[in-house]
Ligand binder design. Structure first.
Ligand code: C2E
Ligand code: SIN
Ligand code: SIN
Ligand code: FE
Ligand code: FE
Length: 375
C-alpha cells in the first residue's frame, strides 16, 4: 500500500500540475478569457502564489491585498469589469508580467470544510465583461481545482510524516551511537544515487531511499557493550552482532506495506556476500535481493569513509580500492561498476553532509578529489 502511495508521489505532483493546467485551459476557452491563473494559499507566509500562470513565472501576492488577495481573505467572488478603476487592484502584477488587465473574474477555491485554499482567476474576456454564467462556470472549475490541490497537499504531508517517522525510528536503534544518525542519512542518499544510476524507475529509487535507513534497525537488540565496544569483537560478540540482521527482519516482517517489505529484505540481506560467504543465510549472487546488493555497497562505502567507535575513517582513495578489490567477492560487480561511475555524485553528497556537520570527519578533503572513476 505504502509503496503504491510513495510511487505515486511524483505522479501526484505532476498530475496536479497537469490537472490544474487543464482546468486553466478549459477556463480560458469556456469563458473566452485571455489569461487564467490558479493561486494557492501559503498559510504560513500569508501569501498567494500562482501554481499555474500560463506564460509567466510564479507570482506571489500578499493575502488581503489586491483582488486575488481580497477574494482569498473574504471567500467571496469578485467580478470586476475594469481592474484599473478598482481601488483594490494591484497593478504590480501587471508590471511584473508586462500584461494589461481589463476585466477580471476571481473566485475562491474552497476545500470540503469550506476553507479557502486558493483562488481561480480569469482575465480579459475577449468580448465585453464576465457575466453571471461565467461566474458559475468558474466556480465549478475552482471546486475541481480545490479538490485536487487539497488531495495533493494532504498526500505530500502524509509522505513527509512517513519519511520523518522512518528516519526517527531508524536512528532510535542506533541512538546509543551518535555518529550513526548521520550515517543513515548519507547511506540512504548513496543507495538512491546507485539505484538511479542503475536505471531503476524513480518510484523504486524513492522507495529504496526511504527503505534503506532501516537496514540496521535490528541493532536495537544488540547490547551496548558490543555495539559501542571500541575494539575488535570476540567470536561470541560477533555471533551476537550478526544477529542484528535477524532482529531487523523480525521487526520489519509481515507488513502489508511494500515499502516495509523492501526494508525487511534489506535488513535481512545487507550483509550477504555475492560469493555466498556472508551472513545470516549465506545467499549467493542474484539470490540476494537487488535492493540489498545496492544498500550493501552504500552501507560499506559510508562505514569506511566514516569514523566508528571501533575504527578510524579511511581516505576516499583507500575506500575505493577496498571496495573495488571485493567486487564479485563481497559485492555485485554490476553495482560496483555503477558505484565507480557515480563516485563524483557520491562524494558530492559526502561533502555536503560534512559541510552540514563539521564535527563529522571529512575524508574527502583528507585525500585528493577523484576527478574520474578509477577503473
Ligand atoms: P557498520 O559499522 O555499519 O559497518 C557496516 C559494514 O561495513 C561492515 O559489516 C563491513 O562490511 C564494512 N566495514 C566496516 N568497517 C570495515 C573495515 O574496516 N574494513 C572493511 N573491509 N569493511 C568494513 P560487518 O563487518 O558485517 O559489520 C557489521 C556491524 O558490526 C558494523 O556495522 C558494526 O556495527 C559492527 N562491527 C563490525 N566490526 C566491529 C568491531 O571491530 N568492533 C565493534 N565494536 N563493532 C564492529
Ligand atoms: C490582483 O488580483 O489584484 C492582481 C493579480 C493579477 O493581476 O493576476
Ligand atoms: C529520486 O528519487 O529520483 C532522487 C533520489 C535522491 O537522490 O534523493
Ligand atoms: Fe548492518
Ligand atoms: Fe550500516
Amino acid at each position: 500500500m505504502l509503496l503504491l502511495e510513495f510511487g505515486k508521489r511524483s505522479t501526484a505532483e505532476t498530475n496536479l500540475d497537469k490537472l490544474l493546467l487543464l482546468l486553466v485551459e478549459e477556463a480560458k476557452q469556456l469563458l473566452e478569457a485571455e489569461r487564467a491563473t490558479v493561486f494557492l494559499l501559503d498559510v504560513k507566509r500569508r501569501q498567494l502564489w500562482s501554481k499555474v500562470a500560463l506564460g509567466t513565472d510564479a507570482i506571489r501576492v500578499p493575502l488581503g491585498r489586491g483582488i486575488a488577495g481580497t477574494v482569498a481573505a473574504t471567500g467571496k467572488s469578485l467580478n470586476i469589469p475594469d481592474a484599473y478603476r478598482d481601488g483594490r487592484f494591484n497593478p504590480e502584477v501587471d508590471r511584473q508580467t508586462g500584461y494589461h488587465t481589463r476585466s477580471m473574474l476571481t473566485v475562491p477555491m474552497k476545500n470540503n470544510h469550506g476553507e479557502v485554499i486558493g483562488v481561480f482567476q480569469v482575465l480579459n474576456r475577449k468580448k465585453g465583461g464576465f457575466d453571471q454564467r461565467d461566474e458559475e462556470l468558474l466556480a465549478i472549475l475552482a471546486g475541481q481545482a480545490a479538490t485536487s490541490a487539497e488531495n495533493a497537499q494532504l498526500y505530500e504531508q502524509l509522505l513527509k510524516s512517513s519519511e520523518d517517522t522512518i528516519l526517527r525510528l531508524a536512528s532510535a536503534a542506533e541512538f546509543r551511537d551518535k555518529e550513526t544518525h548521520m550515517h543513515l542519512g548519507r547511506m540512504s542518499r548513496y543507495s538512491a544515487i546507485l539505484a538511479e544510476e542503475m536505471g531503476f524507475p524513480s518510484p523504486w529509487v524513492e522507495s529504496l531511499r526511504l527503505a534503506s535507513p532501516l537496514h540496521d534497525i535490528g541493532k536495537i537488540g544488540v547490547p551496548d557493550a558490543i555495539l559501542r565496544k571500541p575494539g575488535k569483537l570476540t567470536e561470541e560478540e560477533w555471533v551476537e552482532m550478526r544477529k542484528h540482521t535477524l532482529y531487523g527482519a523480525d521487526i520489519l516482517k509481515d507488513s502489508d506495506s511494500e515499502l516495509l517489505q523492501m526494508s525487511y529484505r534489506i535488513a535481512l540481506c545487507h550483509h550477504e556476500w555475492w560469493n555466498g560467504q556472508g551472513y545470516p543465510r549465506g545467499l549467493k549472487g542474484e539470490e540476494i535481493p537487488i535492493e540489498a546488493r545496492i544498500a550493501t555497497v552504500a552501507d560499506v562505502f559510508d562505514a569506511l569513509t566514516s569514523r566508528r567507535v571501533y575504527k578510524p575513517s579511511f581516505p576516499l582513495d583507500e575506500t575505493v580500492e577496498i571496495i573495488k578489490k571485493d567486487s564479485g567477492v563481497h559485492y555485485d560487480p554490476k553495482v560496483i561498476e555503477v558505484f565507480l561511475k557515480a563516485l563524483p555524485r557520491l562524494t558530492e553528497v559526502m561533502r555536503e553532509c560534512a559541510a552540514a556537520n563539521a564535527i563529522v570527519s571529512d575524508p574527502v578533503s583528507a585525500s585528493p578529489p577523484v576527478a574520474s572513476p578509477v577503473k
